[in-house]
Design a protein around this ligand. Structure first.
Ligand code: SF4
Length: 632
């Protein structure tokens, strides 16, 4: 530990980019005495420090664990390639930020799984930490490797590398997990019997131990069933859920990084879940039901967070902040209170309807931030197919209001390759962008005469995700995606409209890992051995290496991503229960093909998605500051 620190300080850090990524010691970071705790854990973020330190989940879990006297949690992030090179050259293992200890010294390492394209970084970090990659190759002396986060809802492509996964909201389970591990070790004089420990963990609600389940295949790689091979393991693992956000832990003294990170501001979580019901959206399905935090509590939290960090911006985070039933009064209250101190409020994304006008007007009182809207599709027909309850009038009204309020830059998010899409839907994207531009030109001309609107159209490709109504749908093949991207480029020929699109190969790979099965473990290993890492970083993405890895393992990526599935097909994640029922998802898929929309259960009656019944939980709305668990 001391030796690592000495070499770091004297030889490595002076020569790498942004050395502050690796030194820890930030304001509010927690350093605990190793000898005074019964369990030492590590939060591992498989991407750069700047990305990981913007992740609210890290902050919640890190401070929750460290607030317990018996446990400690430190952090590690994926080292950038220059740092990795320096570590390998000097034979230094990957180490934690807080104590500079090799990561293999910890009892338990938890990787957060935010994005499929970070999987190669997980292997790279384990390797740099001198930890055998596959669970079966790690004996009792190695740390337990656990995973959580949205991608844990289908962890099959990485199942071989993990000892267990936590399904659902981590803060609900983590202390139970640590208590169980600590007790197990205490009873064995500080050692662990991994097999027995995993059996004990498998009995905890929400814990999935993949080694206790075996996929059985028919000829041609078709999944026949997922067989439970250990009696301690349940046939279905049900996710964990926080019932009441007002009672849930929230860190009030989060770490303040020394360097600029992606979201460098106070993050105030106003609600969890979204029941708008967009049919492509995984977060909207797996984080149900909606649970709001009360305004009074949020105001108290904001006060402590601003005082405890010195930030001058409060971001109201959630999947859909403008849907928070107290958003107007919360925003107004925060702005009134912090206006003199020049602390602004920001909303990460606005819906294209309802309060957006008023919110936009209020938020700009202190500081103007860019405005982003996500109509997702170019025509009303396709917006109905995906259940995006937004009309063209909504978009034009809200963007006009934004131009009136002084904004000039509007970003519009769309998706191509959605089920049932036609050329008319692509034309619709270009036309919508032009109409927003025209409206901006008129309004700004009247207002100021000289300022020009700037519209950015950002287009991603549809990725079928597990646990969504579109989990059975085919992704467009690479050729089609590229063709559509080029077609749109031709249609948007106006220098006042910037056009960006995502790399099609990356979207294909994302789909492969989003709905793939355990056979992909071998492909992942091959790709990593060929040098793949930081795949979501354009400069590192090596499509040829991935193609070779697939070829060598005899797997055709398009077969996984670009073929449709039937209701009867066994999907790799069917034993993992996120609450929303398969029957409901299929009904939603059928409604998509009938262009029929489904309402939001916050404002209309329950549509029986299943989550409240399966998890015995209620949606919680706090309108008018009154807490009430809405009945179903
Ligand atoms: S079960 Fe009903 S009330 Fe609960 S989230 Fe689903 S649709 Fe909404």
């Amino acid at each position: 530990m001391e030796e690592i620190k000495r070499i770091l300080d004297s030889e490595i850090l002076p020569g790498v980019l942004k050395p502050l990524r690796y030194v820890g010691n930030e304001y509010n970071a927690v350093k605990k005495d190793w000898s005074a705790v019964k369990l030492r854990s590590l939060f591992a973020f498989p991407d750069l420090y700047e990305v990981g330190m913007s992740h609210l989940g890290l902050s919640i879990i890190y401070h929750l664990v460290n607030d317990q006297p018996g446990y400690l949690m430190e952090r590690v992030f994926a080292p950038w390639t220059d740092m990795e090179k320096a570590l390998r050259e000097r034979n230094i293992p990957l180490f934690s930020l807080e104590s500079c200890r090799p990561i293999a010294d910890f009892d338990c390492i938890g990787f957060t799984l935010q994005y499929e394209m970070s999987y190669t970084n997980i292997l790279n970090m384990l390797d740099l930490g001198r930890i055998p990659l596959r669970s079966k190759d790690r004996n009792d002396d190695y740390p337990l490797i656990m995973g959580g986060g949205p991608c844990a809802s289908n962890p099959e492509p990485i199942a071989d590398y993990f000892d267990f996964f936590v399904l659902g909201e981590g803060e609900e389970a983590i202390l139970e997990v640590f208590e169980l591990i600590s007790r197990h070790r205490l009873e064995r004089g500080g050692r662990q019997d991994k097999r027995t420990l995993l059996k004990e963990l498998a009995r905890l609600e929400g814990i999935y131990v993949p080694a206790f389940y075996e996929p059985v295949y028919l000829a041609g790689g078709v999944l026949k069933e997922i067989r439970v091979i250990e009696t301690a393991a349940p046939s279905r693992v049900v996710k964990r859920v926080v019932r009441d956000l007002d009672e849930a832990y929230f860190p009030l003294n989060p770490i303040v990084p020394y360097i600029e990170v992606v979201h460098d501001r106070v993050m105030l979580e106003v609600l969890r879940g979204c029941t708008r019901g967009c049919r492509f959206c995984q977060a909207g399905m797996i984080y149900r039901p909606v649970r709001e935090r009360s305004r009074a509590l949020l105001e108290k939290q904001a006060e402590k967070l601003v005082a405890g960090t010195g930030y001058n911006e409060i971001s109201l985070t959630s999947l859909s902040t403008s849907d928070y039933t107290c958003v107007e009064s919360l925003v107004k209250g925060l702005l009134d209170k912090y206006e003199k101190e020049k602390v602004g409020v920001s909303l990460p994304s606005l819906r294209v309807d309802s309060f957006s006008l008023e919110l936009a007007r209020q938020v700009q009182r202190v500081r103007k931030t860019g405005l982003t809207f996500a109509p997702e599709a170019g025509t009303q027909r396709l917006r109905d197919v995906i259940n995006k309850g937004v009309t063209e009038e909504d978009l034009l009204e809200v963007t006009a209001a934004a131009f009136h309020a002084g904004w000039t830059q509007i970003k519009l998010y769309f998706m191509i390759g959605l089920p049932t899409e036609t050329t008319a839907d692509l034309d619709g994207i270009a036309e919508l962008a032009r109409r927003v531009l025209r409206s901006g030109l008129e309004i700004l001309r009247e207002k100021s005469g000289s300022r020009q609107p700037k519209i950015t159209v950002s287009v991603s490709s549809f990725v079928p995700k597990a646990h969504t109504p579109f989990q059975w749908e085919a992704q467009d093949n690479l050729h089609r995606l590229r063709e559509k991207q080029q077609y749109l480029k031709e249609r948007i020929r106006d220098r006042r409209i910037a056009y960006h699109y995502h790399q099609a190969e990356l979207s294909l790979l994302e789909a492969v890992f989003a709905r793939g099965d355990r056979r992909l473990s071998a492909v992942l290993m091959k790709a990593w051995q060929k040098g793949c890492k930081f795949d979501s970083w354009t400069e590192h993405f090596n499509w040829q290496a991935w193609l070779e890895a697939f070829r060598e393992e005899g797997i055709e990526p398009a077969e996984i991503a670009c073929s449709a599935r039937n209701y009867e097909d066994v999907l790799p994640w069917e034993h993992l229960d996120m609450g929303v029922t398969k029957k409901y998802l299929w009904q939603e898929r059928e409604k998509a093909y009938q262009t029929a929309v489904t309402g939001d259960c916050r404002f209309e009656s329950c549509v029986l998605c299943g989550v409240c019944q399966v998890l015995e939980v209620d949606k919680v709305l706090k309108s008018e500051g009154k807490s009430h668990a809405a009945s179903n």
